[in-house]
Write a protein that binds this ligand. Structure first.
Ligand code: 2AM
Length: 176
């Protein structure tokens, strides 16, 4: 029996934007607002898969490889807090159709493969702070980062040495 991995499909955020987000977060949120997500860990999840066997991973990767759709541009121009999950997030006021299409497809493929299914509908977001249990003031609208999305990837999440690390295992280019 092979070992399972905790996996998810996500969109990577370019390192330059990750650095800008770290600076913006430091400028706009109190230091005790929550636990900041490391720059390298900032991403936008498309589909969370939970614990997946090597066999199921291969099947999911094969299905992901058959997705044909063009890239799109993501505008990070919204922010908020979910008190129940204690996260402060960055999102988009108008999710591009391509983003919804991609997430729906990956979520449907995961469901068909018998993976963990999130009870929540898809809420595209990038987590900025965790363990944010108290309401924090959210910066007024006016911020905006443009992320060109030309690929998506399968990530493994591991908790080692007291830290969460995400490793990209496989990537696919978005093209018709
Ligand atoms: P989060 O940032 O909102 O916590 C790796 O953990 C990624 O998968 C994160 O983007 C995380 O979302 C998401 N994730 C973890 N557990 C999840 C769950 N039970 N349902 C949906 N997404 C989850």
């Amino acid at each position: 029996m092979s070992e399972s991995k905790r996996l998810f499909f996500a969109i990577a955020i370019p390192p330059k934007i990750q650095k800008q987000l770290v600076q913006w977060r430091a400028d706009h949120f109190p230091a005790d607002a929550g636990v900041p997500v490391a720059a390298a860990n900032m991403h936008l999840t498309l589909a969370f898969l939970g614990e997946v066997s090597a066999e199921k991973q291969r099947a999911l990767a094969a299905m992901a490889g058959r997705i044909r759709q063009p890239g799109f541009t993501l505008h990070l121009d919204d922010a908020g807090q979910w008190l129940r999950s204690r996260v402060v997030w960055l999102g988009t006021r108008q999710p591009p159709r391509g983003l919804l299409q991609l997430a729906n497809m990956l979520r449907a493929q995961a469901a068909r493969s018998g993976c963990y299914q999130s009870p929540q509908p898809f809420h595209p977001h990038l987590t900025l702070l965790r363990n944010a249990g108290q309401a924090v003031p959210i910066p007024a609208p006016g911020f905006h980062w443009e992320v060109p999305v030309t690929e998506f990837a399968l990530y493994e999440s591991r908790f080692t040495g007291g830290r969460t690390r995400y490793t990209s295992l496989q990537r696919w280019t978005l093209s018709e």
